[in-house]
Ligand binder design. Structure first.
Ligand SMILES: [Zn+2]
Length: 417
C-alpha cells in the first residue's frame, strides 16, 4: 500500500550557493585543513574557471572541507543523499535544515537510484557558471579503498561538455574510519586536485574510455597510504568497530562472530585475536597473520561471497524493523517484518500503524547499496534501500548477519547477472 506522507522534491531547481555560506564553509575549512596540515597538490588546474565537474573520493565529512577549499572562490553545488538533509543536529534555527542545505548549494538524491532528473539539475548548475561536486562512489568507503562506481558516469561527464576534475584525498579514512567515526588528528593529510579531462579531451573520448580513466584515477588505499607515509595512530581504541567490516574469521572461517575492543580484533568462536598496530596493520597474537593489510581481509571476504553467488547458494532472511524517510522532516516508523536478501535481490515486508508495505529491489536495479554501522551511534546496523520516492533504513535484528556481507553480495550479484 502507499502512504500519504509528503515526498522530498528531488526535482527542485538547484539554488546557487549563497555567497555568505560559501565564505562560512571556507572559514570552517581553513581551521580543519590547518589542524590536519593538509597538503593539496594541483595538476592542470591553474587558471581553471567554472563551470566544471569535480569528482571526489569519499571517506569522511572532512572531504567536503577539502573540496570547498579547492573550488573557492567559485560557487559549488553538492549532490547529497537525503539523510544529509535530515540529520538531527539540533533544532531548526532561522531556516529549516532543508532550506539551509539548499542555500549551501546541496541538491538531494536518493542513494543508488537511477534518477534522470539529476542530469537536468547538473546542467543547470553548470549553466549557472558554478562547480558541480559529485561523490561518484555515493557512500563512504568501508575500509579506505575505492568503492564501485556506476557505468553511467562516463556518459554523464561527456554529455555535460565541461572540464572534469578529480579530487582524491588521502588520510581521511584512517583519521575517521566509517566503522569508527571520529577525529584521530592525522596530520599531514594530502589531496590531489587535477583536471582529468579538458572539454576538448572529453569530446575525443568514448564513454568507456572516460570510465576507464576515472576508475584508474580513483584507485586509492588509505591503509597503504598510512604505511607509506609512516602515519602513526596511537588512539587506544583504534581497532574498535573494525569487526563491522571484517565480519568473517580467517582462522576458523566463522561469520558474524568477530568482535573488537581497544586495539584488538578477535573471534569469539575460535578465540584467535589480532592487534592493530599504530601503522594500521594487523598482527595475530598467536600463530599466523592471515592478513596484515585490512583491505586484503575485506577482499578475501568478497571472494567468499562471490563463491556463494556463483554457486547460487547466497541467501539470508532476517527479522527487521524499518524507518522510512519520505521527506526531510525525519524518520517514520514503518514497523516490523522480514527482509530476504538472496539470488533475486532484496525483498522487505513490514507492517505497523501506517499499514503494510513492501520494498523489492531486483538484482539488476542495484549495482551497490548503502549500509550504516550503528547508525547515529544508537540505532544499530542497517541497509539503506531506496526508490525514487522513498528511503528505507532497514535494521536487521539478532546477531547472525552482517550488513557488510549484504553490501558485498549486492555488488557480486549485480556483476554476476
Ligand atoms: Zn575464528
Amino acid at each position: 500500500m502507499t502512504d500519504n506522507f509528503k515526498r522530498m522534491d528531488l526535482a527542485a531547481k538547484p539554488q546557487r550557493q549563497w555567497l555568505i555560506f560559501r565564505d562560512i564553509i571556507k572559514l570552517a575549512a581553513n581551521g580543519m585543513l590547518k589542524k590536519h596540515r593538509t597538503v593539496i597538490t594541483k595538476n592542470r588546474v591553474e587558471g581553471l574557471k567554472p563551470p566544471y565537474i569535480l569528482l571526489c573520493n569519499h571517506n569522511a565529512f572532512f572531504d567536503f572541507f577539502v573540496a570547498a577549499t579547492c573550488v573557492y572562490p567559485s560557487r559549488a553545488n553538492y549532490v547529497v543523499a537525503i539523510d544529509g538533509f535530515t540529520m538531527p543536529i539540533g533544532k531548526d534555527g532561522f531556516m529549516s535544515r532543508e532550506a539551509l542545505m539548499r542555500a549551501t548549494g546541496c541538491i538531494c538524491k536518493r542513494k543508488f537510484t537511477s534518477d534522470i532528473r539529476l542530469i537536468k539539475q547538473l546542467r543547470r548548475i553548470l549553466n549557472n557558471g558554478d562547480v558541480a561536486v559529485i561523490y561518484p562512489e555515493a557512500r563512504y568507503s568501508l575500509c579506505g579503498t575505492t568503492a564501485v562506481m556506476p557505468d553511467s558516469l562516463g556518459q554523464m561527464c561527456k554529455a555535460m561538455k565541461v572540464p572534469v576534475c578529480t579530487l582524491i584525498c588521502h588520510g581521511h579514512h584512517v583519521n575517521s574510519p566509517f566503522w569508527h567515526v571520529g577525529d584521530r588528528g592525522v596530520a599531514p593529510t594530502s589531496a590531489e586536485f587535477e583536471m582529468l579531462f579538458s572539454k576538448d579531451e572529453l569530446s575525443q573520448m568514448t564513454d568507456a574510455e572516460i570510465n576507464a580513466k576515472i576508475r584508474q584515477r580513483f584507485v586509492y588505499d588509505d591503509f597503504a597510504w598510512q604505511k607509506e607515509h609512516n602515519v602513526e595512530i596511537n588512539a587506544i581504541d583504534r581497532a574498535e568497530g573494525l569487526h563491522k567490516v571484517l565480519y568473517q574469521c580467517p582462522a576458523c572461517k566463522t561469520e558474524y562472530r568477530m568482535a573488537s575492543k581497544g586495539d584488538k580484533l578477535f573471534c569469539t568462536h575460535c578465540g584467535k585475536s589480532y592487534t592493530m598496530t599504530p601503522l594500521g596493520e594487523l598482527k595475530a597474537d598467536t600463530g599466523d597473520t592471515e592478513f596484515s593489510h585490512i583491505p586484503d581481509w575485506y577482499e578475501w571476504e568478497r571472494q567468499n561471497v562471490r563463491a556463494e553467488v556463483k554457486s547460487g547458494t547466497y541467501g539470508i532472511t532476517l527479522p527487521v524493523h524499518v524507518a522510512s524517510l519520505p521527506n526531510s522532516k525525519g524518520y517514520i516508523d514503518f514497523g516490523k517484518g522480514t527482509m530476504t536478501h538472496g539470488m533475486d535481490g532484496f525483498k522487505v515486508n513490514v507492517s505497523g500503524k501506517y499499514g503494510d508495505f513492501e520494498m523489492i529491489k531486483p538484482v539488476n536495479t542495484l549495482y551497490s547499496c548503502h549500509i550504516e554501522y550503528d547508525y547515529l551511534g544508537k540505532y544499530g546496523d542497517c541497509v539503506d534501500l531506496n526508490t525514487l520516492t522513498d528511503t528505507w533504513y532497514t535494521y536487521p535484528e539478532g546477531e547472525d548477519f552482517s550488513v557488510t556481507k549484504m553490501a558485498l553480495a549486492t555488488e557480486e550479484l549485480y556483476s554476476n547477472k
